[in-house]
Ligand binder design. Structure first.
Ligand SMILES: Cc1ncc(COP(=O)(O)O)c(C=O)c1O
Length: 480
């Protein structure tokens, strides 16, 4: 492979999946057992790497990072962060204690109040990550005898939290399917007398935007169904909405789906995370003062972990200082414009129908009515057949696009996709080049399948990678 940062990045990725049973034999038992477990990952090329993506090491166009509003890459968040720090020249870097002992501070409490006010919530509790926030919620909030109902595609952190919960049962409903949600609630109403009598609760886990599919939760419809099924006893069904992928992006001033729908009073708990469009880290769990007290009392990570540090909170606060500004408003509109431009270019391309008919390209969100949607998320997953997803990944990588292949175990087996995200720093021209490149790939595959000009068994980029793999004696990644 070429000695460029992109070539090196790709060859490192591929080499890292190699199983080396020979060298395993010389390891001590501790290392050998771990290596064996890791090799299971390598057998289907799902061994994770902590690697810098191509946009970080080359001039590849970033269609993968979570810096959606480009608050990080534009430098505006850094400027605001430095000025926030400058307001408190005597700050102590660490919190020096857990939230329930010495780690609390006025600055942290004031920040929580400001953020809760911004989103129209009663209270907020800042935690060290969205993952921890979900674990805190699900391990602390459901009580004995409650039932959790969750969308099939909720994040790993919600599942992790649910595993620790006291709830009596967990019921999954089909992703974003209102009828499946209704029948799940009806079956609970039928089978659980304590819930029917209003003595226990149903707690529902959904996300405003699903990160791997880019679709939006039909939240209003779900709330309506809950009211309809349990019309007798108010408050039996309570919702927890994870707004990780809508924070800063969806709704007026990026306040999220719950605010956009005016459901602030109907949703018990919201989780907003700051590691994505807000370009810092951490999260806030928002709800009533009772919910906040329950988290502080029952969540082990709140009780037994050091409270958020000053610089950490200052970065979050800096993000909220700039979130309502016209500059960020413009960034938000630009991302929306780019997303719609992408769908428009894709669906008007002369090869679009053939690409779908031959299953070379499938973009589930590019439905016939996408234009009628008032809001399209910045996430556009691209599906293709296996092993075409490897070929498409190689193709886009060589074409200079940083895209992210998502494989099992992040998504279910057989549902591999390339996840594309649009950013404020991307241009219409870059989106056009991306679409052109996608259809170049489609064109090559059609030629390959029809044996017209292109006589090879695989497209050009894959052929280049496979030639290199052959020399290196590497297998996998769809290499025939
Ligand atoms: C829906 C959802 N919730 C929670 C998280 C975890 O957030 P964090 O990265 O802040 O731990 C993620 C991260 O990918 C997510 O996609």
């Amino acid at each position: 492979m070429e000695a460029t940062p992109i070539g090196e990045n790709l060859s490192f990725r591929i080499r890292s999946q190699k199983i080396d049973a020979q060298s395993r034999r010389n390891q001590d038992i501790f290392t050998r057992n771990l290596t064996e477990a890791l090799d299971m990952r390598r057998t289907n090329q799902s061994f994770f790497l902590a690697l810098q993506n191509t946009w970080q090491v080359s001039n590849a166009v970033d269609f993968s990072s979570n810096d959606i509003l480009s608050l990080g890459s534009s430098g505006i968040l850094r400027t605001e962060f430095l000025s926030e720090l400058a307001k408190y020249p005597d700050f102590t870097p660490g919190a020096c204690g857990s939230r329930v002992i010495d780690g609390n501070s006025l600055y942290l409490e004031e920040t929580e109040r400001r953020i809760a006010d911004y989103h129209g919530a009663e209270t907020g509790l800042v935690v060290s990550s969205g993952f921890e926030g979900n674990v805190a919620i699900w391990s602390a909030i459901p009580r004995l005898g409650d039932v959790i109902v969750y969308d099939a595609l909720v994040h790993a952190s919600t599942r992790e939290g649910m595993n620790q919960s006291l709830a009596m049962a967990r019921k999954e409903f089909t992703h974003n399917n209102v009828e499946s949600f209704r029948s799940t609630l009806l079956s609970i109403a039928d089978s659980q007398p304590l819930i029917r009598q209003g003595k226990r609760c149903v707690i529902v886990a959904v996300e405003s935007v699903y990160s791997m599919d880019g679709d939006i939760c039909p939240l209003q419809e779900l709330v309506d169904v809950a009211r309809e099924v349990f019309s007798e006893a108010k408050g039996i069904v309570q919702f927890v909405v994870d707004e990780a992928h809508s924070t800063g992006i969806l709704g007026k001033q990026g306040k999220g789906l719950v605010s956009e729908l005016g459901l602030e009073k109907d949703i018990a708990i919201r989780l907003h995370t700051f590691g994505k469009a807000m370009c810092s880290s951490g999260a806030i769990v928002m709800g009533s003062s009772t919910v906040r007290a329950a988290l502080i009392n029952f969540s082990k990570s709140v009780i037994f972990s050091t409270a958020p540090s000053f610089p950490f909170v200052a970065a979050i606060r800096a993000g909220y200082n700039i979130l309502p500004t016209p500059e960020v408003d413009q960034a938000r509109s630009h991302v929306q414009h780019l997303t719609r431009t992408f769908f428009s270019f894709i669906t008007s391309h002369p090869l679009w129908k053939t690409a779908q008919d031959l299953s070379i390209l499938r973009i589930p969100l590019a439905t016939s009515d996408w234009e009628a949607q008032p809001f399209m998320t910045h996430i556009a997953p691209i599906r293709t057949k296996e092993p075409y997803h490897y070929w498409l990944f190689f193709h886009l990588t060589f074409a200079g696009f940083s895209v992210f292949p998502v494989d099992y175990p992040t998504v279910p087996k057989g549902e591999t996709r390339l996840k594309i995200s649009f950013h404020a720093k991307n241009s219409v021209e870059e989106v056009k080049c991306l679409v052109d490149s996608l259809f170049e790939f489609v064109h090559e595959v059609i030629e390959m399948q029809e044996g017209v000009e292109w006589k090879n068994e695989v497209p050009r980029a894959a052929s280049q990678v496979y030639d290199w793999m052959e020399k290196e004696k590497l297998v996998g990644f769809g290499r025939p």
